[in-house]
Design a protein around this ligand. Structure first.
Ligand SMILES: Cc1cc2nc3c(=O)[nH]c(=O)nc-3n(C[C@H](O)[C@H](O)[C@H](O)COP(=O)(O)O)c2cc1C
Length: 342
């Protein structure tokens, strides 16, 4: 009997994967492309696309996810990775119809968001609020699974619970019963928002029982954390978000540790990386678009909050790209986050 074909999303038992986390307002198409270019990620996920009062038509997906017109591959040159479409919503019927429309638009994999902690989203019956209703998780996953072609993966992304970390056991079981191909678990509750600590061993407990792959997520800031997360979860699949931006060597280091890359580079030229991001962003949004400067500053803010970039107070004053790069060149400690990435 021949082995089943591995989906391009590459999450399967015995095959490690490293995934770029979806981050609303951050991981747009140019960010997915630049992160994909580093060659470390197995796939990326779109920011959540909300299904509320109406079924989303194919054109909404095409507008939100430009990669749907390029076989779900990111726009980078050096290396392209697959893009999974994430949807969010509490109405199983509308989620299912929207899922089908995502397929019509070109989606080759879907993820369902059961983790978003934003009050507006939760008040409207979406994201983490569903963690309080395990049977609805099953119903939504089942409906989406049935509406999307059976050979294409449908995953679910969960937090540990609404308030209690114990909720994860029933919710993960419900998502699996609903037919999820794999689960990603962010190791904190909705009540915690983004506050530490993370509870990786609870992912490990789910992993022990689950019959589907589990992707471990949350607060992997350096290689030591990665190894600790590996030990405590026994997972083969990992997702990282903020640290990929704050410490751009880290994805390569993790990928090398997982055997996805032969080795990790010893340093990364931040300036080259940011210029490349500008090129990708301008190709997407057009030249001189304020969004490119905004995204660069946002990236540096993340590098200052979660990495070791010390120049954010200066760089946030830049009025245009020339000023941005002039200030960037003056900030001496900018290379530190790279050197300290492990
Ligand atoms: C600004 C921001 C936006 C996020 N948006 C999404 C989203 O659209 N969909 C989702 O599933 N998770 C979202 N998340 C959660 C991340 O995917 C991830 O689970 C979380 O950041 C923990 O991983 P990390 O510690 O590696 O960053 C977001 C997180 C942040 C910080």
């Amino acid at each position: 009997m021949s082995a089943p074909l591995l989906s391009p999303y590459r999450v399967a038992a015995g095959i490690p994967a490293l995934v770029l986390a979806p981050m609303d307002g951050i991981t747009d198409a140019p960010m997915r492309a630049i992160q994909g270019e580093c060659g470390a990620f197995s796939y990326t996920v779109t920011e959540f696309i909300r299904v509320s009062g109406n079924v989303l038509p194919p054109k909404t997906f095409r507008a939100e996810v430009p990669e749907l017109s390029t076989q779900c591959l990111t726009a980078g040159h050096r290396h392209k990775v697959h893009v999974q479409v994430q949807i969010l919503g509490g109405d199983a019927g509308r989620m299912a119809e929207s899922a089908y429309n995502a397929y019509v638009a070109g989606a080759t994999s879907l993820d369902i968001n059961f983790g978003c902690p934003a009050p507006t989203v939760n008040r409207n019956d979406g994201g983490a609020t569903l963690l309080q209703y395990p049977s609805r998780i099953k119903e939504i996953v089942r409906a989406v699974r049935d509406a999307f072609p059976s050979h294409l993966p449908v995953s679910a992304k969960l937090r540990l619970g609404w308030e209690s970390i114990e909720d994860i056991h029933v919710n993960a079981a419900m998502a699996e019963e609903g037919g999820a191909t794999w689960l990603t678990i962010h190791a904190r509750t909705r009540a915690q928002r983004y506050q530490p600590p993370v509870f990786w061993p609870h992912i490990g407990a789910v992993k022990q029982r689950a019959g589907i792959p589990i992707v471990a997520n949350g607060d992997i800031w350096n290689l030591d954390h990665f190894h600790q997360c590996q030990d405590e979860t026994r997972c083969e699949h990992f997702m990282i978000g903020r640290s990929a931006l704050a410490r751009p060597l880290l994805p390569n280091q993790i990928a090398a540790s997982l055997g996805l890359l032969p080795f990790a580079p010893e340093s990364i030229d931040w300036e080259e990386l940011l210029h490349r991001f500008v090129a990708l962003s301008e190709a997407h949004y057009g030249k001189s678009n304020h969004r490119t400067l905004f995204r660069l500053k946002q990236w540096m803010k993340i590098a200052s909050l979660y990495g070791n970039f010390g120049g954010f107070e200066s760089i946030k004053k830049a009025n245009n790209l020339d000023e941005f790069f002039a200030i960037f060149g003056d900030v001496n400690d900018v290379k530190q986050p790279v050197l300290l990435a492990e």
